[in-house]
Design a protein around this ligand. Structure first.
Ligand SMILES: *Cc1c(COP(=O)(O)O)cnc(C)c1O
Length: 444
């Protein structure tokens, strides 16, 4: 006996799994969206650990290859477990389509590379994750794609001066990792649109529970699902979600990859054939086909378990982090604290606008004293561990200057909004008294 494959064709709506209309609120979507079994099918999302899928005739298979029919044939292009989880994330963000990737890095690479090629240019906020900073500033450059880093604090005129005729997108992080700066999504969406390009926002730290960038004009959302979405540090993964709102055809000359025939698909034009899903379809059928970077179905299964409690964990992360940030701010050993939930924080107003229910569990702070004091403090912690990770259920710390960002010079660190003394504290969902007690004994 084999479990029947879900009757995907009937359930499929606009390329995503069917999301019943009654599932309106985020909490219900977290628990239920994506996998909606029919009679006799497994209640829990099955792991379709198969590279390939069976068809009855060569004709059926040919139609899949021509993108004439929807269906599964090879897991690099689509897999039911991966698709069910992508459908859940798509529903949470309110998009028209989502593709899962093997990491957050792959998601950001695909998001940009899908509309930029050699000779193109794009603009990014300089307050972004270290890995993305390298990807954009070093690796994409080797592919002939130039990137300008701007400080979101600059006034509009200064930033708008950086747009060129070959500029193809604008990029930022809702809450930057590790600095905790809040990105003014609406302002940069308007600016990008004035110049005929989409805004891409990495929404990893806020998650759709706290912020849905599409509601503020953002066009494409990316995620490292490795962080809060998984929440238990069990898998590395990423996602790209398409709002379907960017008018590619209006700026057809800028985006020939979407608006002119794709020779590798017998002259199919993505915007003509897929309308609002042109961008996300191109990622799957072109970038994923040619470069891989799919998650394993096993990892998507784990990610889905995490997503089922995202709406419960995020408020707890925020509540704990708020208390810890206030405690740090009042602590004589602490030189500075950056947490958008603090009233004294310069991003507090933006945080209230975009994330009225809380931001995330990540706090950046500096200790009085030198670099060695910071390292001694971290070594003295008991259950709070030093790990190259952030945003999971367990409280953890990291010193970016000596860990994740060690390949950046001090000058680049400051440019990326990372002070050399910055300690990144990712507040988990333990009892907050215990978290504060551990911090306290380590400081003393
Ligand atoms: C971790 C992270 C990434 C990279 O994700 P991986 O899953 O580690 O590849 C990208 N953006 C942000 C904001 C992150 O925190």
């Amino acid at each position: 006996m084999h479990p029947p494959l879900a009757p995907l064709k009937e359930k499929t709506r606009e390329g995503a799994f069917y999301i019943p209309k009654k599932m309106k609120n985020l909490e219900t979507l977290c628990v239920q969206a994506g996998w909606t079994p029919s009679k006799g099918e497994p209640r829990v999302l099955p792991i379709y650990q198969s590279t390939t899928f069976k068809y009855d005739s060569s004709e059926q298979m040919a139609r899949l290859f021509d993108l004439e029919d929807q269906g599964y044939f090879y897991t690099r292009l689509a897999n039911p477990t991966n698709d069910a989880v992508a459908a859940k994330i798509n529903a949470l963000e309110g998009g028209v389509g989502c593709v899962l990737t093997s990491s957050g890095q792959a998601a950001n690479f695909y998001a940009v590379f899908n509309i930029c090629q050699a000779g193109d240019h794009f603009i990014t906020s300089n307050s972004i994750y270290g890995g993305t900073f390298n990807l954009f500033g070093v690796t994409l450059k080797k592919l002939g794609i130039e990137c300008t880093f701007v400080d979101p604090e600059w006034d509009d005129e200064r930033i708008e001066n950086e747009f060129k005729p070959n500029t193809k997108c604008f990029f930022g992080e809702t809450i930057s990792n590790p600095g905790g700066n809040v990105f003014d999504i609406e302002r940069f969406a308007d600016m990008a649109h004035r110049h005929g390009v989409p805004l891409i926002v990495d929404n990893t730290f806020a998650t759709p529970i706290n912020c849905r960038p599409f509601e503020w004009g953002c066009d494409i959302v990316t995620h490292s699902t490795t962080k809060y979405m998984d929440g238990h540090a069990t898998q590395v993964g990423g996602a790209v979600v398409d709002s379907g709102n960017f008018p590619w055809d209006k700026y057809a000359d800028k985006f020939p990859g979407l608006t002119t025939p794709d020779e590798s698909y017998h002259g199919l034009t993505y915007t003509k054939k897929f309308g609002r899903q042109a961008y996300i379809t191109k990622i799957v059928s072109q970038l994923m086909r040619d470069m891989g970077s799919i998650p394993s179905p096993q990892n998507s299964f784990l990610l889905n378990l995490g997503l089922e409690t995202l709406h419960l964990r995020m408020p707890r992360h925020c509540e704990n982090a708020q208390r810890v940030a206030e405690w740090l701010e009042a602590n004589p050993h602490v030189a500075w604290v950056n947490y958008p939930g603090l009233k004294t924080n310069k991003y507090h107003e933006l945080a209230k606008k975009y994330m009225p229910n809380g931001t995330c569990g990540v706090i950046a702070f500096g200790l009085k004293g030198n670099r060695e004091d910071a390292i001694r403090f971290m070594d003295n912690l008991e259950f709070i561990c030093i790990v190259t990770h952030v945003a999971d259920a367990r409280t953890c710390v990291l010193h970016p200057a000596s860990h994740t960002h060690r390949q950046l010079s001090d000058e680049q660190l400051m440019e990326a909004g990372v002070r050399p003394d910055l300690i990144r504290l990712s507040v988990g969902i333990e009892n907050c008294d215990d978290i504060i007690a551990d911090l306290k004994q380590a400081m003393e």
